[in-house]
Structures are given as C-alpha cells and as structure tokens.
Write a protein that binds this ligand. Sequence first.
Ligand code: AMP
Length: 140
Amino acid sequence: MSYDPDNIFAKILRGEIPSFKVYEDDDTYCFMDIMPRSDGHCLVIPKTPCRNILDASPAQLSACMATVNKVANACMTAFNADGITLQQFSEAAGGQEVFHLHFHILPRLDGLATRPAGKMGDMEQIKAHADAITAVLAAG
Ligand code: AMP
C-alpha cells in the first residue's frame, strides 16, 4: 500500500482545506475532528507522509506521541476530563478511513459513552473546544 498525497489530511497540512488547529510543532500537527465522538475530540498527525502504524518510522511515532502527551494533558484540564481514549486505526480492515497516520484523542467523562462515528459536529462548538485546548496550552 502506498501513500496517497491527495488524502484529506495531506490537503489540510498543505492548507488546501481548512482545519481547527489546536497545536503544531516542527514535526506534528493537531486539529479538531469534525465528527467528534466526544467533546474535544482531536487528531494528531505527523507532518511527513505515512499511511498508518504499519509504515510509520520510529521518529514519526515518537514525535506524534510527544504531541499526544501534551494535548491529552491539555484536554484533561480544558474539559475537566476524567480520562482519555487514544485510538489509531490502520488500513480499511482496521477501521481506517483517512490514509495519513493519525491518533484520535478523545477526552472522556466518567459514565459518558462516546457518540457514534460519522455524524458532523457543530462547527461553532468545535471551534470553542479548539479554543479551550489552545488556551490551556498557551497558559503552559
Ligand atoms: P479513521 O481514518 O477511521 O481513523 O477516521 C478518520 C477521522 O477523520 C474521522 O474521525 C473523521 O471524522 C475525521 N475527519 C474526516 N475528514 C476530516 C476533516 N476534514 N477535518 C477533520 N477531521 C476529519
């Protein structure tokens, strides 16, 4: 399986389609999922191409995990969360729909189930959730 440079997350990285940015550094980009399964659901991706966990380099994985750690902690504060669910799907049989490596960060509240996948979120609310995470990150 080869990397398709026209996948939707590659387009987001190139600025060809919009995204609600949460965080970026030299190697990774984090933005809101537009079909959130929990409040604050966001995605961490490497800036360099790879499809998923199967072809990712140790450097790509390490950079993504550092960002996951940073953003997950910010989400705990921003949403007064009780925990985090981290998800990664590889290849169609594994549940992957967008073929650029990404890690889902889902802030979780005690006793509250995740929402079903595939339902478009409210864009104003998603923007507000992005702002809540970036405010925590900015406060250090
Ligand atoms: P998966 O490949 O199964 O891990 O899921 C891809 C995820 O990308 C889903 O949770 C979608 O809601 C999300 N998604 C698809 N298009 C966009 C987009 N343009 N901006 C943000 N998230 C997206």
